[in-house]
Write a protein that binds this ligand. Structure first.
Ligand code: PMP
Ligand code: GLU
Length: 398
């Protein structure tokens, strides 16, 4: 029997984050004590008051289809949130709610990109950007900023990368996987380079907005010269510990929001009703639980930096947001133990998993093969044990 698989799926890579998380789970289910620092997922539970709002919504009958771009009350809350937190002005018909920020990004890419288009990705980038762009037939153009420049792309690099075919730029700040945060000034400088290229749109992924240790979040959509060409993506997964609720959203130019809504209407329809109702409540409610989680992440960041610095050959930056470390581990490439040679970051992470029993994700999938990603959304005890195991495992490599 033939087993037909489309070209679209055949040419796609599996999500490296999800794959490594599954490998860690598999090993764990064989009885091995594995510490998985793979998935970017807060280890906190959704705050109780948001859960209560969802239960209430169920009792109130929020069990039906919703408008494709989202419940009116949620879109209204998002409009208020964009204004309050980001200084961004959107009308209701510029907001589209989706099943996670991942779908928001896929919606924008599928709505705007064609074969032959180029999409600049600030590297290191979140794994799915590359695959989503490739899905549309467009070409990802990574622009790499390594640890020595705090993983932040400069305006000069953007200038060099833009061509007549560039249709879009995608980046996240705070960044997954580097934790780097672009300041208002840095964004203004990048915007100044993009502004004269009228065919270029910017997708600004701000899903880690609330996990920012600088106290200042900047949105490139506030910069006048590019304002009309920015799609701002955000979601509930990280700041509200709601990964499993599958809710994300965008604020976009009207024609893009309309296209995304049309696409979503043939694909998944409106996101789940009672979740949206609770999400609307969350945006206007007290953000204290969110800031408590952020403060906890900051403590863990400081801990893990001090621990990682003790490992020979690890080069680390000081991430200002999100909950990832992205050390440069290229010092170990070419080293071996027995007949096992570490050629790249994937080999390195596989070695750490199978020998050290610590799950991490190789930097290759994030467009920076010299690094690996460690999610520190884990308990202090697990972080200490995990780094100790990593230290012992790499000590064997000669
Ligand atoms: N953007 C970034 C940078 C992410 O790390 C993730 C993964 N959480 C997403 C988007 C997707 O988020 P969601 O779970 O809302 O689909
Ligand atoms: N975005 C998270 C991560 O980077 C969750 C997994 C995924 O969706 O890729 O690990």
């Amino acid at each position: 029997m033939s087993q037909p698989i489309s070209k679209l799926v055949s040419r796609m890579n599996e999500s490296a984050t999800i794959k490594m998380a599954q490998l860690a789970r598999d090993l764990s289910s064989q009885g091995v004590n594995v510490i998985s620092l793979t998935l970017g997922e807060p280890d906190f539970d959704t705050p109780d008051h948001i859960k209560e709002a969802a239960k209430q919504a169920l009792d109130d009958g929020y069990t039906k289809y919703t408008p494709v771009p989202g419940l009116v009350e949620l879109r209204e809350a998002i409009v208020r949130k964009f204004k309050r937190d980001n200084g961004l002005d959107f009308a209701m018909n510029q907001i589209v709610v989706s099943n996670g920020a991942k779908q928001s990004i896929a919606n924008v890419c599928l709505s705007m990109l064609d074969e032959g288009d180029e999409v600049i990705l600030f590297a290191p980038y979140w794994v799915s950007y590359e695959e989503i762009v490739k899905m549309t037939g467009a070409m990802p153009v990574p622009v790499l900023a390594g640890v020595e420049q705090d993983f932040k792309v400069t305006p000069e690099q953007v200038r060099e990368a833009i061509t007549e075919r560039t249709k879009m730029i995608i980046f996240s700040s705070p960044c997954n996987p580097s934790g780097s945060v672009y300041s208002q000034q840095e964004l203004e400088e990048i915007a100044a380079v993009v502004a004269p290229h009228e065919q270029v749109y910017i997708v600004s992924d701000e899903i880690y907005e609330y996990i920012n240790f600088t106290g200042k979040h900047a949105s490139i959509g506030t910069v006048e010269s590019v304002r009309e060409r920015v799609v701002t993506v955000n979601g509930f997964a990280k700041g509200f510990a709601m990964t499993g609720w599958r809710l994300g959203y965008m604020g976009a130019p009207k024609f893009i929001a309309a296209a995304c809504s049309k696409l979503q209407g043939q694909f998944t329809s409106g996101a789940n009703a009672f979740g949206q109702k609770a999400a609307a409540y969350a945006l206007d409610a007290d953000l204290a639980p969110t800031y408590k989680m952020r403060d906890e992440f900051l403590k863990r960041r400081d801990l893990i930096i001090s621990l990682l610095k003790e490992i020979p050959g690890f080069k680390v930056n000081v991430p200002e947001g999100a909950f990832y470390m992205f050390p440069d581990i290229s010092y170990y490439f070419g080293k071996s133990v027995g007949d096992r040679i570490i050629n790249d970051s994937t080999d390195f992470c596989e070695y750490l998993l199978t020998v050290g029993h610590v799950g991490t994700v190789g930097g290759d999938a994030f467009g920076e093969p010299n690094c690996m990603r460690i999610s520190y959304a884990a308990s202090e005890e697990d972080l200490r044990t995990a780094v100790e195991r990593i230290k012992n495992a790499v000590a064997e490599l000669k």
